[in-house]
Write a protein that binds this ligand. Structure first.
Ligand SMILES: [Zn+2]
Length: 186
């Protein structure tokens, strides 16, 4: 829908500008030395709808910039150093935000004799994958900067305010917090 609004704006502006050029630029050339402020004012009055459209376009662009900045500010910053271990104790699947994920985690057990898990540390979250066919979702941004995830196979799509890294960090937090809650309830 957003892209059709954009096309509409560009179309309207384009045709208005073309009309303006054809009818007025020639007059400007003809006017030559007789050009004065009154003539310019007349043109502005006659073409005020064009000016309204330009103003509206500017307002849309300013709002877009503001919304994009706001969305960018809520993302989890990407760390400068990422430590990725080659193997983890646990590998499991998770479903969140309408996608499937693979979660790799390390666990701390009470001692080597008992199998009881004391703590869990998520090392890596992989995804997002399509919830229907497990394809890796492709991410792009919408006109106002939201994150659009689309499955290349079945076209399942979802628009969220968070990028992949932020989603992964949220899932990591959520799993670790759930485990802590479970442990404290014991
Ligand atoms: Zn799919």
């Amino acid at each position: 829908m957003i892209s059709s609004i954009k096309d509409f704006f560009i179309g309207v502006l384009g045709s208005l500008f073309a009309t303006f050029l054809i009818t007025y630029v020639f007059q400007f050339i003809k006017l030559g030395e007789t050009f004065n402020f009154k003539t310019l004012l007349n043109i502005i009055v006659t073409y005020k709808f064009l000016i309204y459209w330009i103003l509206l376009l500017f307002i849309v662009l300013i709002i877009r910039k503001y919304i994009r900045k706001k969305i960018d500010s809520i993302q989890t910053p990407f760390p400068s150093v990422i430590s990725v271990a080659s193997s983890y104790d646990l590998e499991s699947e998770a479903e969140a935000y309408g996608f499937k994920w693979k979660v790799h985690a390390d666990v701390r057990r009470k001692n080597s004799f008992k199998n009881e898990i004391v703590d869990i540390k998520v090392g890596r979250v992989e995804g997002p994958y399509c919830k229907y066919d497990y394809r890796e979702m492709k991410m792009s941004r919408t006109y106002f900067g939201r994150y659009k995830y689309k499955c290349p196979k079945c076209s399942y799509k979802k628009i969220l305010l968070k990028d992949t890294w932020t989603l992964e960090s949220d899932i990591e937090d959520e799993i670790e917090a759930q485990y802590r809650t479970k442990m404290s309830a014991k």
